[in-house]
Design a protein around this ligand. Structure first.
Ligand SMILES: [Ca+2]
Ligand SMILES: [Ca+2]
Ligand SMILES: [Ca+2]
Length: 215
């Protein structure tokens, strides 16, 4: 049962109905999985290199990352199974989460933008184990969105982070071994106050590159 309240409620109902119709049309069946508290973003990727997709949510109120591992299920489909909860710093306020292989070891790693303590947390992925905290990078500006893309074409994925308080895009250059140093900060280009434009673009890598080229 839905409780509607003015325009916001009507909008929510419309979105739910549209999603349901689309899912029915395509033959998808929905499932619900509990997470720690107020999920703000979610990412699906193989995080332990076993060939099955896992997922992780950035939980804003509990300052955690909730992990679900894809386990063998009926008809060969992966079935998400609770895999643990990763703590973030107190008051982190995670706002975005992405997966990418930052150290080029073949395992996807997790990158979390922490809006309330101005950092990015990096968890290293491993074979058949949950990701483990590897680094915390100060970025400032209330980070709201993050993407991993090789911006200087040296073969290592760098990080581009949107900041709501600075109205800026910060570039963190990948120095290898999970070390990141601020290489550039571009201000006054786009307002990020309502969230991350990186998430709304169809291809975030192209969006970041375009922003940098226009700076
Ligand atoms: Ca997996
Ligand atoms: Ca990796
Ligand atoms: Ca690079």
């Amino acid at each position: 049962m839905f409780k509607t309240r003015g325009f916001g409620g009507a909008l929510i109902l419309t979105v739910v109905a549209t999603a349901t119709l689309l899912a029915d049309h395509l033959g998808f069946k929905g499932s619900t999985y509990p997470v720690s508290g107020a999920p703000r973003a979610v990412v699906a990727a193989d995080l332990d290199d076993d060939g099955k997709v896992d997922f992780a949510s950035a939980d804003m109120l509990s300052n955690t990352v909730t992990l679900y591992r894809g386990e063998p299920g009926p008809e060969g489909r992966a079935t998400p199974t609770e895999w643990g909860v990763l703590p973030l710093p107190s008051g982190a306020g995670p706002f975005d989460i992405k997966a990418a292989d930052l150290n080029r070891d073949g395992n996807n790693d997790l990158i979390v933008a922490n809006a309330d303590n101005n950092t990015v947390s990096i968890f290293a992925g491993g074979d058949d184990v949950p990701p483990a905290l590897q680094a915390t990078v100060d970025v400032g500006g209330s980070p709201r969105g993050v993407v991993a893309v090789d911006l200087n074409r040296d073969g290592q994925l760098d990080l581009a982070v949107t900041g709501a308080n600075c109205n800026c895009l910060t570039v963190l250059r990948n120095g290898g071994g999970f070390t990141f140093a601020q290489a550039a900060r571009i201000t006054g280009l786009i307002s990020f106050r309502r969230g991350s434009c990186l998430r709304e673009r169809r291809d975030p890598h192209l969006a970041v590159t375009k922003i940098l080229e226009e700076a």
